[in-house]
Ligand binder design. Structure first.
Ligand SMILES: [Zn+2]
Length: 449
């Protein structure tokens, strides 16, 4: 392979540890003037410019972002790409919202051309928001998965996605069967899992729309393949929790409907997990399963308040990532997710400071996905997935950030007032795939090496 060397220069933040377990000062890495050296899509060096400038390879001129903040790209641990067209739909809670909006919108993905069109918009909106990895629900149609991975492959983004499994309680056009869902998932795994930067995720929508036979088939897929992922929904809404109790009277809890099928383990991501008992948190901790905190969705659908500090209790910490849950969520920007996360946590009498918040959106998400050996940090050996944040991205941000005295204050204002306008550029495996200031189309597929 030809050597492909690059360098970025600017103020930068990263993490060397988990600030929910150790003092923030021990976990946050900050350089006022940093240099990031990249070779073949990976970071080879990260540190103060003054220390590293002499190691710049001949002919490599750093791309300089003097007024920006460089960070590892954001990680979205729960999002539905087919729902982009119905984001911001009025007036319903979860079960009615699914019937009225979601199941109508998702039927259009039987058409591959439609799936291609939406996947194209979705990936661009993620990159515009500085998000470089997401765990994504497609629809029941295998072609919806093909469309998504094909576009992700063109951008060379590291994405985790899968075909939704549903064999009951949805319109006939959106149903598979336990066997068909298994067969279609298996074919998609063979085609996409581990191809470039794509990862497959077994995706039963949630217990009410899968029979026990289908949940068991999902468990079989996990047992039969190494390092594949599992995503589903858990304890989002009280009416949903009551329905699951009716449908699965023999199970001890909602989580147990999944546990019984072998779906609770490492690389399992449960969306929402709002109405949880201590035993549920304990089981997730013990199994190494993760939860996706989706604040804009939980508020928009009126589902409830995720208990972040209970989940992260150092006595039995559960891995937690941050999710947008579009279209239940109202923004693909993880800065906006953090804005709402702060308020959700405040309603429980606690405070989510900016250091912990940015950890959740980067290394915390990577850890929840068991990808923290390659994602979520600016550090040698890590994928060069980088967001360039602009503290002057809006007139109000520009005005407000003049009055910030500390880095923590600046980051907090960025997450409170920022959105995609606070993202200047996004790098994927070292390539600048989005640059707000680029004339014409700000998006660009990386050149094939
Ligand atoms: Zn969801």
């Amino acid at each position: 392979m030809t050597s492909n060397q690059k360098a970025l220069r600017g103020r930068a933040i990263s993490f060397s540890g988990n600030p929910f377990e150790r003092p923030a000062a021990e976990c946050l890495v900050h350089h006022e003037d940093a240099l990031i050296l990249v070779e073949d899509g990976r970071i080879t060096a990260f540190g103060p410019y003054a220390d590293l400038a002499a190691t710049l390879p001949p002919g490599v001129e750093p791309v300089h972002y003097p007024d920006a903040i460089l960070t590892a790209g954001f990680i979205d641990t729960h999002v539905h790409y087919p729902q982009l067209e119905m984001i911001g739909a009025y007036g319903a809670q979860l079960l009615e919202w699914l019937e009225t909006y979601t199941f109508v919108t998702e039927q259009r993905f039987a058409d591959r051309a439609h799936a291609d069109m939406v996947a194209g918009h979705f990936l661009r909106e993620l990159l515009r928001a500085g998000t470089t990895t997401a765990m994504v629900y497609c629809t029941v149609h295998p072609q919806s998965v093909e469309a998504f991975f094909a576009e992700s492959e063109r951008f060379n983004t590291r994405m985790i996605a899968g075909k939704v499994l549903m064999d009951r309680h949805a319109p006939p056009a959106l149903l598979d069967t336990a066997q068909r869902g298994y067969d279609e998932s298996k074919a998609l795994i063979a085609r996409w899992h581990g191809r470039g930067r794509q990862h497959y995720c077994v995706t039963p929508r949630f217990a009410p729309t899968s029979t026990e036979a289908q949940l068991d088939a999902a468990g079989a897929l996990l047992r039969e393949h190494d390092a594949i992922f599992m995503q589903t929904h858990l304890c989002e809404n009280l009416a949903e929790v009551a329905w699951v109790r009716e449908l699965f009277p023999e199970r001890s809890s909602y989580l147990d409907t999944y546990d019984h099928a072998g779906l609770v383990g490492q690389r399992s991501m449960f969306g929402h997990a709002i109405h949880m008992h201590e035993a549920d948190f304990h089981r997730c901790h013990e199994a190494g399963a993760a939860l996706a905190f989706c604040p804009t969705s939980n508020l928009f659908l009126g589902s409830g308040l995720f208990q972040l500090f209970d989940a992260m209790d150092p006595a039995r910490p559960v891995r937690v990532g941050l999710g947008t849950d579009v279209g239940g969520g109202t923004s693909l920007s993880q800065l906006q997710s953090l804005n709402e996360a702060y308020k959700v946590v405040a309603m429980s009498g606690r405070k989510l400071d900016a250091v912990r918040a940015f950890y959740l959106a980067t290394l915390g998400g990577a850890r929840a996905l068991y990808l923290d050996d390659r994602l979520g940090r600016l550090a040698p050996g890590y994928d060069a997935d980088i967001a360039v944040l602009d503290p002057k991205g809006t007139p109000l941000l520009d005005f407000r950030t003049r009055h910030c005295d500390t880095l923590e204050e600046l980051l907090f204002v960025l997450m409170t007032l920022g959105d995609d306008r606070a993202v200047r550029a996004t790098y994927v495996a070292g390539e600048c795939v989005y640059d707000r200031s680029r004339a014409g189309d700000p998006f660009r597929y990386p050149a094939r090496v």
